[in-house]
Design a protein around this ligand. Structure first.
Ligand SMILES: [Zn+2]
Length: 450
């Protein structure tokens, strides 16, 4: 029984799907990477008295959260003054992000990943889809990030952001990095690859031609789509086609595709995304920060789009992002009756997308045989809770409560609010030492101009 663990007692919610099973005074028994049993805590503790106990203190025991769009590389931008006016979306890219990513070297990429992963653990995210860019260190960057993912103990789907914004050579290098990494982890337990693309307006015809030629058919794209009107405007100006139309014509829209943002979609495009089976990923906090507007979840939902949720590098906190999505839905429509019709689908779809990526049907469910990915949110329910009103508890109570424990593939990564494996204080100290030089390189780079 030495490697058998028992978590509880707490309220177990079986999944983020519609009408989950909710069991009070429950526990989870697990061994290695899999859940052995979910049931009444007292009964489990009698039958498995030799199991190592992890006290849930009556908290909410939920499946580990999934983030469908993150940028680990943004971790060292905190407090950085770009020194130029952020007048619009293009100015934000050229003045901040495209300078920061060019300034990243190997060590900065490593530390950014480690810090972001630590935040994922602290906020209960056990599977994260990252979209990486470091034009001065492309080849080998995904392996380096994967090493940090392995050290952290999480599951991740990684990709490199292909773009012609600096040069065609860099775009090709990015493509090779994606292809090589994805092939190397096809059967990995906790890693997968996707084909990362920046956005239509920075991808040349030639790059997309080579990409389509070399893409294995089941390797999905992970791309920013219509985050701002600039994507459509520039794609039409340079290539004579709108972003979605371009990707569609090349056969890149399929059920493995992750389309990020969709703020500036037009009539007919939502339906096309719905038909394709691609996942359209909402990033409410990032959209608000960039003042670009936000995805119309109502239209997208009615058009049959599969909708997901990400943080886009703004933070790693998925429950907070979920609450932001909920509040934005009401604020942007001025309709307080909305929110519950679509927002609950987001965490459920995120879990489904992660399950598909890893070929693990049970990922995201707390049941016998499922991967041991679960968290304890420190919010013992003060009112009646069942499958029907769980989402109300999630939005109004849990999103602001701390994550007490994070268990990923059976490893306890956060125990009583403290990291068990990562030394965050040391990582932050290393980052503070490295950041001034990174910011200096950033400052020396010119603001990109067409
Ligand atoms: Zn993004």
């Amino acid at each position: 029984m030495k490697n058998t663990h028992l978590l509880g007692p707490g309220t177990v919610v079986s999944s983020f799907g519609p009408s989950p099973t909710v069991v009070e005074d429950a526990g989870i028994l697990w061994e290695g990477e899999r859940i052995l049993e979910v049931g009444a805590f007292e009964e489990l503790s009698i039958r498995h008295s030799g199991a190592q106990l992890l006290n849930a203190h009556g908290g909410m025991i939920l499946p580990g959260l999934v983030n469908l769009h993150h940028h680990f590389y943004s971790a060292l931008a905190r407090g950085l003054d770009p020194g130029v006016r952020m007048a619009d979306f293009s100015a934000i890219l050229k003045g901040l992000w495209w300078r920061l990513d060019r300034a990243l070297d190997e060590e900065a990429v490593r530390l950014s990943a480690a810090l972001s992963l630590a935040e994922c653990i602290r906020t209960g995210c056990t599977t994260v889809f990252d979209h990486h860019a470091s034009p001065s260190f492309i080849r080998g960057s995904l392996d380096l990030i994967a090493e940090e993912v392995s050290k952290a103990g999480l599951s991740a789907v990684l990709c490199y952001e292909i773009s012609d914004r600096n040069s065609h050579q860099e775009a090709l290098s990015g493509l090779e990095e994606n292809l090589e990494f994805a092939a190397s982890c096809e059967n990995h337990l906790r890693l997968r690859g996707l084909l990362g693309l920046h956005a239509s307006f920075t991808l040349s015809k030639e790059t997309l031609r080579v990409l389509v030629e070399k893409r294995p058919p089941d390797l999905g794209i992970h791309v920013h789509l219509c985050e701002d009107a600039a994507d459509r405007r520039e794609s039409l100006r340079q290539y004579g086609e709108a972003p979605l139309e371009r990707f569609d014509a090349l056969g890149l829209l399929d059920r493995n595709a992750l389309l990020i943002h969709g703020v500036d979609l037009e009539e007919g495009e939502y339906e096309r995304i719905g038909e394709s089976g691609a996942t359209l990923v909402h990033n409410p906090e990032s959209n608000a920060n960039n003042a670009v507007g936000s995805l119309d979840l109502g239209i997208a939902n009615r058009a049959g789009c599969r909708l997901g949720l990400g943080t886009d590098g703004m933070s790693s906190a998925m429950l907070r992002a979920l609450r932001a999505a909920f509040l934005n839905r009401r604020a942007s429509t001025a309709d307080p009756s909305l929110g519950f019709e679509v927002i609950p689908k987001l965490p459920a779809n995120n879990a489904e997308r992660a399950a598909a990526a890893f070929g693990l049907e049970q990922l995201g469910r707390l049941e016998k045989g499922a991967p041991a990915d679960f968290i304890v949110v420190d919010a013992p329910p003060p009112t009646p809770l069942d499958g029907a009103n769980f989402f109300g508890h999630l939005i109004y109570g849990l999103s602001e409560a701390g994550c007490r424990h994070t268990i990923a593939r059976g490893r306890i990564l956060l125990r009583d609010f403290r990291h068990t494996e990562l030394d965050v204080e040391k990582l932050a100290a290393e980052a503070r030492e490295l950041s001034p030089a990174l910011w200096e390189r950033f400052g020396a780079l010119s603001v990109g101009d067409d």
